[in-house]
Design a protein around this ligand. Structure first.
Ligand SMILES: NC(=O)C[C@H](N)C(=O)O
Length: 331
């Protein structure tokens, strides 16, 4: 028969590599088990693919940074360029998994499958979800159906796209959802069923190039609320941020004090993107805000943390509000 696909598993830490003192308690430390121990927990996966592991970093994803995104992206691009590698699985903490997934979706230059996976329960827990999730991620990465769809996430039997996926529960194993478009399909019992595809630009046809980047422009997220006094926006501008993503109320809205502070930020050359704290839906150009007047950009349906990822990369190409807006309608 045909040779099994060669799947490389890159490990970065998270609860999937976590261990606790006892199976029944919630207390544990993430990012402790090495990649070999994760693979040893799913011997069945050897029937699906020729597997090899590599530890890239070892951290709880609450400690993830843009520098580490760049490191993972560079290593992933090297591996994807090799004829010896047919697909990648990346183990990752769930807290910021969506940000790394979207960053890689914008910066990996390949049609080969790339699947991120994590766990909500540490390896020592009763009904740890890590081994099943890892088995499903390997199943997905070994499937031709996963090719050309951008970076994917496999968790709890679902396949989600990097752009849409977000963590919605602090503790549930069903934490990952795509609130606007839903999952792409399912992966369970060794079978992949994808029901839709991804139309926004990603991976191979993305124009963002991490090969020449040592760092990314700093972008702050500011959260809107009733009675918002703009203090956080002023602080972000004063600290020298290149951009601000405003997690506005409703359709990316704000009160007059915030409007004034964001207008002043624009005058100082700070890029301003309006996203929403609402959790789903898109921020539109035709709502209550005159974006053209100030040179604000709308995040479309990217949540604030995803909008920040795109703005960091977009600012490496342009600072022009119209060009930035075009990127937010493309990726
Ligand atoms: N479930 C998890 O993986 C949570 C952990 N704090 C992390 O993101 O690394």
């Amino acid at each position: 028969g045909t040779a099994q696909p060669a799947i490389k598993v890159l490990a970065t830490g998270g609860t999937i590599a976590g261990t606790g003192e006892s199976a029944g308690s919630g207390a544990y430390t993430s990012a402790r088990l090495p990649i070999d121990a994760l693979l040893d927990a799913v011997p069945e996966a050897k029937k699906l693919a020729r597997l090899s592991g590599e530890q890239v970093v070892q951290l709880g994803s609450q400690a993830m940074t843009p520098e580490v995104w760049l490191k993972i992206a560079r290593r992933a691009n090297e591996l994807l360029a090799s004829p010896e590698v047919d697909g990648l699985v990346i183990t990752h903490g769930t807290d910021t998994l969506e940000e790394t997934a979207y960053f890689l979706n914008l910066t990996l230059r390949s049609d080969k499958p790339v699947v991120l996976v994590g766990a909500m329960r540490p390896s020592t827990a009763i009904s740890a979800d890590g081994p099943a999730n890892l088995y499903e991620a390997i199943t997905l990465a070994a499937s031709p159906q996963a090719a050309g769809k951008g970076v994917l996430v496999a968790m709890n039997d679902q396949v989600l796209d990097a752009r849409g996926v977000t963590k919605t529960s602090t503790t549930s194993v069903a934490t990952f959802r795509s609130p606007n478009e839903g999952p792409l399909g399912s992966v369970a019992n060794g079978k992949v069923e994808l029901m839709r595809t991804v139309l926004r630009t990603h991976t191979r046809t993305s124009t963002f190039d991490v090969a020449k980047l040592d760092s990314l422009p700093r972008v702050e997220i500011v959260y809107g609320y009733a009675g918002d006094n703009s203090a956080q926006i002023d602080a972000a501008v004063k600290s020298g941020a290149a951009g601000i993503v405003f997690a506005g109320v409703g359709n990316g809205n704000f009160n007059p004090a915030v409007e004034k502070a964001l207008a002043e930020a624009r005058q100082k050359g700070v890029a301003v993107v309006r996203s929403s704290r609402a959790g789903s839906g898109r921020v539109t150009l035709d709502g209550e805000v005159d974006d053209a007047k100030y040179g604000f950009v709308v995040a479309d349906d990217l949540n604030p943390q995803k909008a920040r990822v795109l703005l960091m990369l977009a600012l490496t190409q342009t600072q022009d509000p119209q060009a930035l807006q075009k990127l937010f309608f493309t990726y």
